[in-house]
Each structure stands twice: as C-alpha cells, then as structure tokens.
Design a protein around this ligand. Structure first.
Ligand SMILES: [Zn+2]
Length: 327
C-alpha cells in the first residue's frame, strides 16, 4: 500500500498521492531510487493506487478489491512490468508492450507500464521508448525505475517527471526488513539477487546460525591452523552439506577475509560489523599480513569455482585448509 511509505519515503509519498488526488498525473514518471531496496514495491503500490476503483471514490488505500488482488497476482492486463532480459532491456520487449497497449482497454481507464532498471535499456530499446514518451496517449502512464539517472539518455530523462527517493539510513533499512542484524542484512544483499529472496533469507533464522558457524570455523582455523581438520564434522559438515550451502559458505568466508583486510588497511569493517571484535582479533594475529590475507581471498575465489564441478566436497575442505597453509 502506498501508505506504507508515508514515513519511509515521505516526499515521494506526498508527491505521488497529491498527483492522484488532484488528478494531475504525469504521463511518465522516472523514479530515481538511489539504492532503495523496495523500489518495485513502491512503484506497484503507486500503480495500484492509480488503477484501483476504490481510490477514485474515497481516496483511501485499498488492496482488497478484485482489481488490487489481480495486480498482486500479476495477472492484471493493463499493468505491464518490464525487467531486463539478461543484461539489457531489448527493443522486442517494448514492441510487445506497445502492441498490447494499442488494443482497446477493457479493464480500466488507465494503462500502466513499469520499466525496472531503466538504465539497462539498450540503444534500440531506448529509442523505441522515446517515441512512446514523445507521443503520450491520454490514458497510458509510464513508470521508469533507475538507481542511476546519469546512465539514461537525456532525451528520456527530460520527458519524465523525476521523483527522487530519499537515501535511507541503515537503521530505517533494518526496520524495514524487521531485523536488527546488520551483518545478516548485508550478507543477504550480497548473496540474494532479488527482493523476495532477500526477505526470505533475512527471515530464516537458520541463516544467522550458518553465519555464526562460519565465523567460528574461520576463527578456530586462525587460532589453531590445520588442527581444524580434526573437527570438520562438528565444525562444518553437519551444517554445510549440499553444494548450494557450501557455495554460500565460501562467499561468506570471502566476506570475512575482506573485512579482515579492511582492518589491516585501516578501513572500516563493511559487512561483519556484528562480529567486530572477532574480526579485529583475527586481523591482529601474528599470522595475518596484507599479503597472507589477500592470498587466502584468492585461494577461496579459486576453490569457489570448483564447488559446482567437484564431486567430493569433503576432500575439497581439506584441500582448502592445506592451501591456506601454503601446501
Ligand atoms: Zn483496490
């Protein structure tokens, strides 16, 4: 619901709500999202606000009528969402949209399309959208989303009303995801590539246990060297069994050593803030120099590539530790 963003994005909320209430909609909006994590949700909430018949009569947030429900389920024909297909948004995707939108509207008096990651419009697609924006039809509204305004063609930017999001503080961000664990949020943001999986990752308490298990493992190795191999069952294999979880564990080990490197370089810890003491202690152990930590990161990156193709993952952990030891 648009009202969910009243406190999180107060300026955006006010502009969008007023536009609808005063019936002064732009035919094209460009949301400059500045890394805001729920950009698509806010665009959808706005689209819903524009399309839902209840809003027109009482201007309240709805979310319950059949129209709103079908928007939630993704099968409302007068709302189209375009996402990059691979690296780019392609011309064909926009041509398909334009063809569909040229048909007579059956469901609503407005049609809306949302282009997520609009900076990924390739040249042909950008030109195609430009024509669409230049000859706006009364009932069609475009919502373009981008993290980076400067990667878009000026000619596109100049035809849209720009809605700049406020940059969110970490605390607000964490409240948003209902967690107090900044490390969990940051690791999730690195591991997960979309909003829904990020939310699921943060809500799954097992992931906190996993992160703790990995930091304990690394800490034990840093204190006792290859002796860690004697305790692998209990320190590692009882949690990290399948290739996917092992791949994630490797990613987290890389994150840990990168933060150890940050301490060695007098930079702030980026991800492992909740384990600051352990990270600092490991950075200051006699074993660790800039060279040795950078070599461990490289070894991890190398071994990480082998996970997919390696049949014996148990043996791989032995090899990892031995490579750390320089053998
Ligand atoms: Zn509704």
């Amino acid at each position: 619901m648009l009202d969910d963003y009243k406190d999180l994005q107060p300026i955006v909320y006010r502009i969008l709500k007023n536009a609808v209430i005063k019936n002064r909609n732009s035919h094209a909006y460009l949301f400059e999202t500045k890394g805001y994590p729920r950009q698509m949700d806010i665009a959808l909430a706005f689209a819903k606000f524009l399309l839902c018949p209840n809003h027109l009569t009482n201007l309240k947030d709805c979310g319950n009528c059949t129209q709103c429900q079908r928007i939630d389920d993704g099968n409302f024909t007068e709302l189209k969402i375009i996402e990059p297909d691979g690296l780019w948004i392609k011309k064909e995707q926009l041509e398909e949209l334009q063809e569909e939108f040229s048909k007579k509207s059956v469901e609503a008096n407005k049609k809306i399309y949302i282009i997520n990651h609009a900076e990924k419009l390739n040249t042909a697609a950008a030109n195609s959208i430009l024509k669409f924006l230049e000859e706006p039809e009364e009932n069609i509204i475009a919502i373009l989303l981008t993290d980076n305004l400067y990667q878009l063609l000026n000619t596109i930017v100049s035809r849209c009303q720009i809605i700049s999001f406020g940059k969110m503080q970490m605390k607000e961000m964490l409240d948003h995801y209902h967690t107090e664990n900044e490390t969990l949020f940051r690791i999730g943001s690195i591991l997960m590539d979309n909003e829904v999986s990020l939310q699921n990752y943060i809500q799954d308490e097992k992931n906190v246990e996993k992160i703790e298990k990995i930091i304990k493992f690394v800490d034990y190795y840093e204190k006792h060297g290859k002796e860690v191999l004697l305790y692998m069952n209990h320190m590692w294999f009882d949690v990290f069994k399948d290739k996917e979880s092992i791949a994630q564990a490797f990613e987290i080990m890389i994150i840990i050593y990168k933060d150890i490197m940050n301490v060695l370089l007098d930079r702030p810890i980026e991800v492992m803030k909740s384990y600051e003491d352990t990270i600092i202690r490991m950075a200051h152990s006699d074993k660790n120099t800039i060279e040795s930590v950078s070599s461990k990161i490289n070894i991890l990156l190398e071994k990480q590539k082998e996970i997919k193709v390696n049949a014996n993952i148990n043996l791989m952990m032995d090899k990892l530790i031995l490579s750390f030891e320089g053998r």
